[in-house]
Design a protein around this ligand. Structure first.
Ligand code: EPU
Length: 427
């Protein structure tokens, strides 16, 4: 097993370039199935979830050519399968997008109950509601979800809950259905808009993405296209928090500043200084950190995926912060790890009360999921001394080149194999 060894206490300084958005990539890759042709997808982050998505496409019969590290040509003209291999779909939550895409093109699909981060119950009833409204029948047997339809016909679908996944699967399953589908109470995240833009580039007719109501007029067929994925809002936010938390000064490049506004507003209130450019933001902090009240909400509210990172920063703010998690039931699991570093955080249900302490102490830490893991990296960068973080496979599912990017900002971080000799060499 691998670990990160981090010697903290140094403010981050320099420039970092943000990769393509994970949560857009993991929907757009399955969506290439709908093109029934050749797509060139640029700005794909080189992370495990993207590799798994490409492996699934390959297993289904797609021809895949790597043009460079972040660009792939994917030809879905001659697909041979509609069943996503069990061992691949279990590796990431987003394998559920293959249900919508395969159902749409072939009228059937089978995917194992998706894996991914353990953030509490992660039902997909709203995805199935959309498929069923369009005329599909679903069944769950031995952990496999199957959907099937003779024909998909447009419908009016009101989501009972704002869900990124259900909104995207609603679009995927409706683009080739006969007539105009109306999706209401949709998620408005930037990756929802990115998927709609990709589908439209492939000949679909999707309007309203980024608002509560999305209208999808079914088209007879779609075609391939060249498409570049948007920058990752959460990766950008993670480096912004790391800069503010360590009292550094970092230019975060290749971002869409508008997507970062919910994060920017909170960081400014906490005492960071943020300068916006066309496609970059500079984050710096010299004064003390102020406490905040944060409630996580669907976009354009404060993103749940930033919650663990913000809480880490607030653990050394001057005063009491409250953080309310409004999306997931189980997203405070990193708090026990922070307590080992001397943080004072009390969790009651969905609310964490954070009493700022003077300093975090280094400690051996374990990443429990992707964003919790990224938050622990920031915590270790803030602590004077050497921390180790294990279970880093969670972090590497979602952050491209995190070690190299942090090293370029002056961080002392190394990735090691966890046998004792390697550890003593790293320190
Ligand atoms: N929900 C339902 N029924 C459904 C679907 C969702 O009740 O059918 C509930 C969920 O239990 C949750 C809420 O609705 O309480 C929102 O879930 P959503 O469907 O929006 O989440 P998701 O699509 O499964 C994506 C991201 C997550 C991110 C959430 C919220 C991907 C692959 N994952 O998950 O990202 O936290 O949206 O923004 O896009 C991450 O990147 O670390 C991550 C976990």
């Amino acid at each position: 097993m691998e670990k990160f060894v981090i010697k903290g206490g140094t403010p981050l300084e320099g420039e970092v370039t943000i990769s393509g958005a994970k949560n857009a990539a993991v929907a757009i890759l399955p969506a290439t199935i709908l093109a029934s042709g050749k797509c060139v997808i640029e700005n794909l982050p080189c992370i495990r979830d993207v590799n798994v998505s490409l492996e699934i496409l390959h297993a289904l019969g797609a021809q895949i050519r790597m043009l460079d590290r972040n660009t792939y040509e994917i030809d879905t003209t001659h697909l041979t399968g509609t069943e996503v291999p069990d061992e691949l779909s279990r590796q990431m939550r987003a394998s559920y997008y293959f249900l919508g895409a395969l159902l749409s093109r072939f009228g059937r699909a089978q995917v194992a109950m998706p894996g991914g981060c353990n953030l509490g119950p992660r039902p997909i009833d709203q995805h199935l509601k959309a498929f069923s409204a369009l005329g599909a029948v679903d069944s769950v047997d031995y952990g496999m979800i199957s959907v099937r339809a003779q024909k998909l016909t447009a419908a009016h679908i009101f989501f009972d809950k704002v869900s990124v996944g259900a909104t995207m699967n609603g679009m995927l399953s409706a683009v080739l259905a006969e007539g105009q589908t109306v999706l209401e109470n949709c998620a408005k995240e930037p990756h929802v808009v990115d998927l709609a833009n990709f589908l439209n580039m492939c000949g679909a007719d999707v309007r309203g993405a980024g608002t509560d109501v999305i209208k999808v007029r079914g088209v007879a067929q779609m075609h391939g296209c060249d498409y570049s994925i948007i920058p990752d809002q959460i990766e950008a936010g993670s480096y912004m928090v790391a800069a503010a938390a360590t009292g550094g000064n970092v230019l975060v490049k290749n971002v869409i500043p508008k997507h970062l506004e919910p994060i920017t507003v909170k960081l400014e209130r906490a005492g960071a200084v943020i300068e916006e450019f066309d496609d970059a933001v500079r984050v710096s902090r010299t004064g003390e950190l102020h406490p905040l009240k944060i409630n996580t909400m669907p976009h354009p509210g404060f993103p749940t995926d930033m919650q663990p990172l913000m809480s880490v920063m607030l653990s050394v703010a001057k005063g009491t912060s409250t953080v309310t998690e409004g999306i997931w039931d189980n997203r405070f699991r990193y708090v026990d790890e922070l307590a080992r570093m001397g943080a004072n955080i009390q969790v009651d249900g969905q609310i964490a009360v954070i009493e700022g302490v003077e300093k975090l102490q280094p400690a051996p830490l374990r990443a429990s999921d992707l964003r919790a893991g990224a938050a622990l990296v920031v915590a270790a960068l803030m602590a004077n001394g050497t921390s180790e973080i294990s279970e880093i496979q969670h972090i590497e599912r979602g952050y491209e080149n995190i070690v190299e990017k942090l090293q370029a900002l002056g961080a002392q971080i190394t990735r090691i194999e966890t046998h004792p000799a390697a550890l003593s060499q790293a320190l």
